[in-house]
Every structure is written in structure tokens, then in C-alpha cells.
Design a protein. Structure first.
Length: 258
């Protein structure tokens, strides 16, 4: 069967470990024939991500803290030095203080609110600005969102507000970059047990609830999120932009359940 991303190059930000959604996406992009560049936040993850990169045959693995302008500048130069043109970017990054994911939302501090917005939402804008000039033949930018952007999910709090900003940024970026043939979409993934998700209080109850209520009566598999990201980066997704695609076993459609 033809590989859906053959001849394409992809930059994937947000691999921390083997459970990261970004890692599942990197594996799927390699399976579909893409050349892949991975980034990690800082020295703590360097060795682990370099090993994962070697396992899947990544073209380059390098550090990028998206809250640092110098890192974003270096990102652009590193990608430019590795591939002739960039076709896909995956932004799989979020952060909020743990205490803001457990106490009532009304208690969110100014500092905690701004931190979540900077790392989880503004970074998409900054990454798009740094990489769009490298997408000389058009391309795809995909970010990862969650239902808490539009619905109240207990304990998701400040991150829900950041995801609302992220989804709005997706639409504004799609409008700006569409004339250059660059599509910008979000995947709203169902809950998956990752390092970030473990920071949310009572996360295992969320997993249990989704498995009971969602139309498919189970939780989302990271590989399903990754395959949707393949579709969006591939030519099959060529008419899709400014969209939020739910990959959540249908949970978002449910109201009251018995
Ligand atoms: P993850 O493995 O912990 O990935 C989050 C990534 O963000 C980590 O690689 C983390 O690096 C990185 N990051 C945080 N601050 C950063 C910074 N300043 N610069 C660069 N990277 C930074 O967890 P994940 O669940 O796969 O999360 C990936 C994305 O999916 C997030 O946007 C998340 O909100 C979204 N999502 C997750 C779920 C879920 O249930 N898991 C559902 C829907 C959407 P460090 O580990 O080094 O800090």
C-alpha cells in the first residue's frame, strides 16, 4: 500500500517519553514514509528522546523550549539546515501548574493563568511563525486539544481556558496561512494516560467515565490520534483547515447518560 506521507518532512514537538501522543504520531509519520525531526524541551529528556529518535529513524533530534525566543529562532535554523522544505508540523505541548489542576478554577493565580496560556496556546502562534516560512510548498500544522476547551471538565480548569485559546488560535492561523497553502487544524483527543494527564487530579475517574459513556464504550488509543494526524498532514486532508477534529470515541456528543 502506498505510504501517505512519502516525500514529506515533518517536525514534531512534544516528545517526552514513549507515552507521549507526539511519540505515537512520530511512529505513524515514519510508518507512512515521512522524514521526521523531533524536539524535546530540555536536558532532562535529551537522552530518552535521542534514543526514541534513533529507534524510529528520526532525521534530527534537538532541544526547543517554546517559551524561549532564542530556541524558536534556533528551531527554524536547525530545520532549515536539515530538510530542503518542511511539509508538516505537530505541536503537542502543554503545561500548567499542578495546583491549578486540582483547586477550584476561581482560585487560579495571574501567574498560573499566564504560564498555561504561554506554553499551551501562545506557543502554537510562535511555532507557526517560526516554521511557516520553511513550508515553501504548503503544508499542515496540527495541534492537540481537549474537550475542556468548550465544556467544563472538573479539575481541567486553567488548561481548559488555554485550550479554548489554542482552538481560536488554530482558526486565526488557518486564516492567515491558508493563502500560502498551509492548513492549520486541531485534534481534540479523548483522555489518554500520559505524563501530562497524570497531573490532573482524579484523571483515572475521567478514563473510567469515558469508557462507560462514550458511544464506542472505551477510551482512545494514542495510535488513533496518530492516524488522524497522518490524515491531516497527508494529501487526503488537503481540503481540511481551521478545524477541530474529535478523536475521542464519540464522547463529545454525549449529554446525559443512563
Ligand atoms: P506529554 O507526553 O507530557 O507531552 C507534553 C509535552 O509538552 C512534553 O513533551 C513536555 O515536555 C512538553 N512541554 C511542556 N512545556 C514545554 C516547553 N516550554 N517547551 C517545549 N515543550 C514543552 O503529554 P501528552 O498527553 O502527550 O500531551 C501532548 C498534547 O496533547 C498536549 O497539548 C495535551 O494537552 C494534549 N492532549 C492530551 C490528552 C491526554 O489525555 N493525554 C488529551 C487531549 C489533548 P516536558 O515533559 O519536558 O515538560
Amino acid at each position: 500500500m502506498a505510504q501517505l506521507l512519502a516525500g514529506k518532512s515533518a517536525l514534531i514537538l512534544g516528545v517526552a517519553n514513549k507515552w507521549s501522543l507526539a511519540y505515537a504520531i512520530a511512529q505513524a509519520y515514519r510508518r507512512e514514509g515521512a522524514r521526521v525531526l523531533l524536539t524535546y524541551q530540555g536536558d532532562r529528556q535529551r537522552q530518552a528522546v535521542e534514543e526514541m529518535g534513533a529507534e524510529i529513524g528520526a532525521e534530527n533530534v534537538f532541544a526547543c523550549d517554546v517559551s524561549q525566543d532564542a530556541d524558536l529562532e534556533r528551531l527554524r535554523e536547525t530545520v532549515r539546515g536539515t530538510v530542503a522544505s518542511l511539509d508538516a508540523v505537530v505541536h503537542s505541548i502543554a503545561f500548567a501548574n499542578r495546583e491549578d489542576l486540582s483547586r477550584p478554577f476561581v482560585e487560579t493565580s495571574r501567574e498560573g493563568y499566564l504560564l498555561a496560556q504561554e506554553v499551551s496556546a501562545y506557543s502554537l502562534v510562535a511555532v507557526a511563525r517560526a516554521t511557516a516560512p520553511l513550508m515553501t510548498r504548503g503544508g499542515s500544522i496540527v495541534t492537540l486539544s481537549y474537550l475542556g476547551a468548550t465544556r467544563v471538565v472538573e479539575n481541567y480548569n486553567v488548561m481548559g481556558v488555554a485550550k479554548a485559546a489554542l482552538e481560536a488560535a488554530t482558526r486565526y492561523l488557518a486564516a492567515d496561512l491558508g493563502p500560502a497553502g498551509i492548513r492549520v487544524n486541531a485534534i481534540s483527543a479523548g483522555p489518554v494516560k500520559t505524563a501530562s494527564a497524570r497531573g490532573i487530579r482524579d484523571f483515572s475517574k475521567v478514563l473510567d467515565g469515558v469508557a462507560k459513556i462514550s458511544p464506542l464504550r472505551r477510551n482512545t488509543d494514542p495510535a488513533e490520534v496518530a492516524d488522524a494526524a497522518v490524515f491531516l498532514a497527508s494529501d487526503l486532508g488537503r481540503g481540511v483547515t481551521a478545524n477541530v477534529l474529535f478523536v475521542d470515541c464519540g464522547f463529545q456528543a454525549m449529554g446525559l447518560a443512563h
